[in-house]
Write a protein that binds this ligand. Structure first.
Ligand code: CA
Length: 227
């Protein structure tokens, strides 16, 4: 599930489009730029492919025989298919756009469109999906696991050290769970094996992110607090 440029995995796109000519044109276009593409000519086939294979982006025509594009997308979202979707439509009214976005589409393009614009929008969807994959929520704040930056809703940010980041991540992955010092040592400080280190690093996190970020559960350990 990453960009074509890393040489290991190929971006996979599913095109659901009943217009044979347009479907074939899109598949050729995507293959030319290095994406792998499948095309389905009706909603039922699109549903089957999207449920049985992994795609990075879904391009769905709104007007399809059988299951219509928005209905298809709604069914996929209910089945936890989370790949970003761009809906193609011949209609371009505001109501239509709202219906598409409310229906679970990340983006929307009105026919006829320029292929360069379609490609740019696909790149934007892939970038956004890539960003989501390495960020997690800590309360209302966003925690970027690569830059180790925690950004609160009011825009203030703090950068964590590697160990601080590992500790916060462990707590944030199970926000309602209480972790014992021994558990934290085993996961975050396996080379040190000193439980007092946990208290030290909790202190560091509180200094950077506020006293409330980690809650002490007396006699048990620590859990995620609030930001
Ligand atoms: Ca159509």
């Amino acid at each position: 599930m990453s960009a074509v440029s890393d040489g290991m995995t190929v971006t996979r796109i599913l095109v659901v489009e009943d217009d044979r000519e347009l479907g074939e044109l899109l598949v050729r276009l995507f293959r030319d730029v290095g994406y792998a593409a499948d095309v389905a000519r009706d909603g039922q086939t699109g549903l089957h492919l999207a449920l049985t294979r992994e795609y990075d982006v879904l391009i769905i025509d709104r007007g399809l025989p059988g299951i219509d594009g928005l209905d298809l997308l709604a069914r996929l979202r209910r089945r936890d298919v989370a790949a970003p979707a761009l809906v193609l439509t011949a209609l371009g009214t505001v109501e239509d756009r709202v219906a598409g976005l409310d229906g679970g589409a990340e983006d929307y393009l009105v026919k006829p469109f320029e292929v360069d614009e379609l490609l740019a929008r696909i790149r934007a969807l892939l970038r956004r999906a890539g960003t989501r994959a390495h960020t997690m929520a800590v309360g209302t704040a966003e925690f970027d696991l690569i830059t180790r930056r925690v950004t609160t809703v009011d825009g203030s940010a703090a950068t964590l050290s590697g160990r601080e980041s590992d500790l916060l991540r462990m707590l944030a992955e199970a926000p309602s769970r209480v972790f014992s010092r021994a558990e934290i040592v085993a996961k975050v400080f396996p080379d040190a094996a000193a439980e007092s280190l946990v208290d030290t690093y909790v202190h560091y996190l509180r200094r950077k992110l506020g006293a409330e970020v980690v809650r002490t559960v007396r006699g048990t350990g620590y859990r995620l607090g609030a930001l």
